[in-house]
Design a protein around this ligand. Structure first.
Ligand code: NAD
Length: 301
């Protein structure tokens, strides 16, 4: 018998996040065998060469048939396809967790396809980089970072909350080095819209606004330095992944965009009227809030 808490882990989507979870769990001795599922043969071969996974297949049913834990780490737009396949192939004893950035969407899709929701414990590790793919993964990605579990509540599930499933999934994420907390999915999506999804959209918008000011004779990017680089790092993230995240949390995100527009409109008014006092107040309030965040959380969650 395997001494590993997870004997066989199936990772659907062996990218930055799926690859990093597999690496971290192998490093911690928490998992015996890892099977990767994906679309790109090149990425899966590379993942096997790097020792992230032991085997791979394009077929979800083949990967999960004797898995005891299934991790879904695909873009939000692929959830329907993945859950539809899991609905007919998941063995009775297997637990499922995911790493998706928006949780109400993950739970809605699971409700649509799974007959037994008690084995699905949604999760979101608050850790990442702007890179994609197995090659970019690393075992330390989740070290001391928050991982938010949004277990389906009694109300959602007709009273079937499997405490053992939650404990097992929590233990898995803790073994990656994460600090695990629980939250309801709606609050998760609202908070993350503010501090993760809005900043990504703002970074994409800023780069485009600057890009559109350029022409053949004048390239504004040649004068960009550290401030521009810091602000726009996340605009190098995967466009497909962020399209999916934005669409799957659109209501909360539309609210947050309005809040940002209000701030910018206030600044525009202050600038137009030469109101330095107002600008100073606005900038000082932001500096105070950011400095306090750095002080309290060291700049990360
Ligand atoms: P990634 O692009 O590095 O990896 C995703 C992998 O899923 C790719 O290898 C892709 O080929 C594969 N894939 C796509 N559709 C598939 C399908 N239908 N079947 C099987 N495999 C499929 O992306 P990532 O950064 O690892 O993100 C994965 C998930 O984690 C996303 O839901 C994302 O929202 C979430 N997440 C990302 C970050 C981050 O910063 N990158 C942080 C936390 C959570």
């Amino acid at each position: 018998m395997s001494e590993h808490p997870i004997k066989h882990l199936a990772v659907i989507g062996v990218g930055l996040i799926g690859g990093s979870v597999a690496r971290a769990l192998k490093h911690a001795g928490f998992v015996g065998r890892v099977t990767g599922v994906g679309r790109s043969r090149e990425n899966l071969d590379r993942a096997r060469e790097l020792g992230i996974i032991d085997h791979w297949t394009h077929d979800i049913a083949e990967a999960v048939h004797d898995a005891d834990m299934v991790l879904i780490a695909v873009p939000m737009g692929a959830y329907d396809k993945v859950f539809a396949e899991l609905a007919t192939s998941l063995p009775e004893h297997a637990l499922i967790t995911d790493a998706g950035s928006t949780k109400q969407h993950a739970m809605d899709v699971a409700r649509r396809y799974l007959s037994d929701l008690s084995r699905f414990v949604p999760a979101h590790p608050i850790a990442g980089t702007e890179q994609s793919g197995a090659e970019a993964s690393f075992a330390e990605l989740f070290e001391d970072r928050l991982c938010i579990l949004t277990p389906l509540g009694d109300k959602d599930m007709g009273g079937v909350v499997d405490k053992k499933a939650i404990d097992a999934v929590e233990a898995m994420w803790m073994a990656t080095g994460s600090r695990v907390i629980q939250m309801d999915a709606a609050s998760h999506d609202d908070f993350l819209a503010s501090v993760s999804h809005l900043p990504h959209l703002a970074a994409f918008a800023l780069v485009n606004a600057v890009r559109k000011q350029g022409d053949e004779a004048h390239d504004p990017f040649q004068f960009a330095a550290g401030g521009f680089r810091d602000f726009t790092r996340i605009a190098s993230s995967s466009p497909e992944m962020w399209r999916d995240i934005a669409l799957s949390n659109s209501a909360a995100l539309v609210d947050k965009i309005s809040a940002l527009q209000t701030e910018l409109a206030d600044m525009k008014t202050a600038l137009s009227s030469g109101d330095g006092e107002r600008l100073l107040e606005t900038f000082s309030a932001a500096k105070k809030a950011r400095d306090a965040w750095l002080e309290e959380h060291g700049g990360s969650l």
